[in-house]
Ligand binder design. Sequence first.
Ligand code: SF4
Length: 402
Amino acid sequence: MGNCNKCGKDCNEIKINQFDHSFHLGNVSEGCKRCIKGEKLVLFITGKCAQQCYYCPVSEHKFGHDKIFADEWEIEDNEQGWKNLVKEVKLINAKGAGITGGDPLCVLERTCKYIKRMKEQFGKDFHVHLYTPLKLINKEVLVKLNESGLDEIRFHPDLDDDKLWDKLLLAKDFVWDIGIEIPCVPGKEFEIKKLIDFVAEHDIIKFFNLNELERSDTSVEHYSLPNDQFPTIDQISYAIQGSKELAELFVNHVNEKNYDFTIYFCTAKLKDGTQLTNRLKRRAKSLAKLPYNKLTDEGTLIKGVIYLEELKPGFDYKEKLVQLSSEYKGKLLEKLNEQKDLIEKTIKRTNQIFIDEKKFRLLCSLKILEKNVKKIKKINLIPAIVEEMPTEDAMELEIEFL
Ligand code: SF4
């Protein structure tokens, strides 16, 4: 067993986090440590996957589609996309990246290119881990991943079919951290225990991660976690009943057998709460440096917004923005520039009004907005105080028209 995170000794004590109820025995992996703090960029490298897991949490908008996302930001596989990825890393002040999908090995060259470029750009301490099922694993693939600089590889073996499990042995020939990461599926006690004993017998891994099984909103064809068979723990949670209790059993099993690897149970609350909130808070903190953003304690942003009448948010606001033609966008930008000049002249201050080229609106500090409501309305513009998520799509949480 690895040294304890608390006392630094080989104490064989199961640690339980009182806030999110995750627990572990042994040292949590480096990738997880950084992830929990919100320090990891989530690089969704493709939605393609050769596997069809019945519990797959990937949404139908992503699964099977060859799309790339740097956190919530969809990026292209080109220089502009790379610049956006770099911007995202800086915004969250990332100390590493977790590459996920789909199966990153479906686009192996792309995956290796991004690992290499991230290492070159952010330094060798920028910790990169990757998740993959076993289907596309072979020696050559592992050589390429390892040569790209991958620090940690997490395998997701098929629990119902052990014929590919031997592929795990191939990963031992390289210098990196090896882990297993699977959902803790109630009813799979025998299969998961078999996998735990298999990796212990062959001395393959440094850590075994069990994720609390969660219900997903996805409607991908192969997704089949029926409500009656897999009820959630309560009405507001997505976590499935029995997953946590099963994980406790495996932690005790590893403890009793004195296996030499960490076993870690990551709860839905940790993944969807702590980890995501921490990452968004980091992003919000960076964005709060802009003069029109005010950071809230919850990590959201409040801004002063001035809308054009034709783009006043309503029930079809999102679709309206998506459907704007490039010709019309050009005209809107021209108009926003004129209105920005007009407002600045009216309020007798320069460089206080900013153009939001994504949502085609004007932004300013709350102070400027509240002080000039009448003047703004007089020129047929619509002032509002808007609370938004600090994500790239700046999702509106509340709009208060003044
Ligand atoms: S390997 Fe991952 S992405 Fe592919 S089907 Fe399974 S859970 Fe979904």
